[in-house]
Write a protein that binds this ligand. Structure first.
Ligand code: AMP
Length: 490
């Protein structure tokens, strides 16, 4: 779900978001289960949260800014959301958003009855579709790309809700994992390439959908399977499940960044333990880019599994040379550079006793703007480290994501601005190295990119976007017409 405001540069900083979705049908306490599930997905979005429930005759929604616990931890809050079916959403930060009207699940009264939708991903032709719909008289309530889906369903000429949803999704390009509620039941769907994750579980008679398996664990459900890329599942109130494949069977391209950073390490993604995958990436990094050192230090928490893998493979001892405070939010989501800089210091502190006089290998999952890495290297030096080597458990992040991961515009990505030597100088490390793209594929158990058939979306590293990017192309075209300089994006 991304804000797609006509007056915002759609490639601008902080407009792209990662989110988490959850849905349950056939449970007595559907809203309470959803709140718990969303709590387990909190890392996917901390800006806002919403739950919508259905009690057989009415939909009820409650939405709020901030964390799940701040909005849904009281009995009163849950009691407002009666029914056996509920869907929820956690949303990542954005500076372009305009408060509650963009908070999901989005809900509309259609001719066929109520329609609620939770969306993780980003629709890369949302602006184009939106303009067409507005020209035909559609009145949008939010600035979210997700609302386009509602308007397309509302205006589809097909008789059944299923066909209208399929009709709508055929017009949409980009990435989506959706949980939809109507008076007939629930639908769950992944985009044809399966860029964004979605899994299905069961708890007694209830069927559950969630962005990550960790949410199934936390609510006490059994993992059944992933929703397949391009699959649309319909679940009736009597528990009947129907699977549809409206988009044929294109080769899947799930987002490799879920392995690198986004998913919780206790989740399974694309059939693999995220934790094991991260350790394997760290081991690969140790083989590809070894360095003489005394200790391996993770940048907590995101670098920890890769650092364990690096240490085990290299034989260099793993040490918690940086301690993280758990009482500050992610540094990445602060709106301005100065706030981000202050955030790093509030969040991390050197564990001097381990670092002083040592040759340190720092491991992080990724370098985006370089702000974190620069501060952490400096922190190691201030704590007396003799040498500071930086190793990154992903290739250089060189391109913006248009599929729902929060990345800044390309001109702010360190790797898009500099080569590796210059990046090393910028972060003031003694050496800097990244795992190769083929090493990353090897670590997650797939053939390398050179096999000619990449099995993931790795556009942030390679610039190979697996779908059309209509809005971006139109913007470039418009910039061209105006004689604006190119090269700001992708
Ligand atoms: P930066 O300081 O901009 O280089 O950001 C790098 C740090 O942000 C790394 O420690 C990553 O763990 C983290 N990170 C990478 N991608 C994202 C993202 N999409 N959202 C939030 N944090 C991220």
């Amino acid at each position: 779900m991304t804000n797609n405001h006509p007056f915002h540069d759609e490639n601008g900083d902080s407009l792209h978001e990662e989110c988490g979705v959850f849905g349950v049908i056939g449970a007595d306490d559907a809203a309470a289960i959803t709140a718990l599930g969303l709590h387990a997905l909190q890392h996917r979005g901390q800006e806002a949260v919403g739950i919508c429930s259905y009690n057989g005759s009415e939909f009820t929604a409650r939405r709020g800014l901030g964390h799940v616990a701040a909005n849904f931890s009281t009995e009163e809050a849950i009691a407002e959301l009666p029914g056996h079916m509920a869907a929820g959403h956690v949303r990542y930060s954005t500076t372009g958003g305009s408060g509650l009207r963009n908070v999901q699940p989005l809900y509309a009264e259609l001719a066929s009855g109520g329609f609620a939708v939770s969306h993780n991903g980003n629709i890369s032709n949302a602006m184009t579709l939106r303009q067409e719909l507005v020209q035909k008289g559609a009145i949008f309530q939010s600035t979210s790309d997700t609302e386009v889906i509602i308007h397309l369903v509302a205006t589809s000429r097909y008789p059944t809700m299923l066909d209208r949803l399929i009709d709508a999704l055929r017009l949409v390009e980009g990435a989506y994992a959706l949980v939809v509620m109507t008076p007939r039941g629930m639908a769950a769907c992944r985009d044809p390439l399966g860029i964004r994750p979605l899994v299905m579980g069961r708890m007694g008679d209830a069927v559950i959908f969630a962005s990550e398996t960790v949410a199934l664990d936390v609510v006490g459900a059994e993992f059944e399977r992933e929703v397949e890329p391009g699959e649309l599942l319909e679940i009736d109130f009597d528990g009947t499940i129907r699977s549809h494949r409206p988009f044929g069977n294109p080769a899947p391209r799930p987002c490799i960044f879920e392995h690198v950073y986004f998913s919780r390490p206790d989740s399974y993604f694309a059939g693999q333990s995220v934790y094991e995958a991260r350790k394997a990436i760290g081991a690969e990094l140790a083989r590809e880019k070894p360095v003489e050192a005394d200790i391996v230090v993770p940048v907590p928490d995101s670098g920890v599994p890769a650092a364990i893998g690096y240490a085990q493979e290299s034989g260099v001892p793993f040490e918690l040379g940086i301690i993280r405070s758990h009482y500050v939010g992610r540094t990445f989501i602060q709106p301005s550079d100065s706030a981000r800089n202050a955030g790093v210091k509030r969040k991390h502190n050197a564990n001097r006793v381990l670092v002083e006089g040592k040759r340190v290998v720092l491991i992080d999952d990724s370098i985006v703007r370089g702000t974190t890495s620069l501060k952490i290297v400096q922190m190691m030096r201030d704590a007396g480290a003799k040498e500071v080597h930086f190793r990154v458990a992903s290739p250089p992040t060189n391109h913006s994501c248009f599929y729902g991961v929060d990345t800044p515009e390309r001109s702010k990505l360190l790797a898009a601005r500099m080569d590796i030597d210059a990046m090393c100088e910028f972060i003031q490390a003694d050496s800097l190295a990244f795992v190769s793209i083929d090493g990353l594929y090897r670590a997650v158990g797939r053939k390398g990119r050179d096999s000619g058939c990449p099995q993931y979306c790795d556009a942030c590293f390679t610039g190979d976007y697996p779908t059309s990017l209509t809005d971006l192309q139109r913007k470039r075209h418009a910039d061209d017409q105006l004689g604006l300089p190119m090269g700001k994006v992708a």
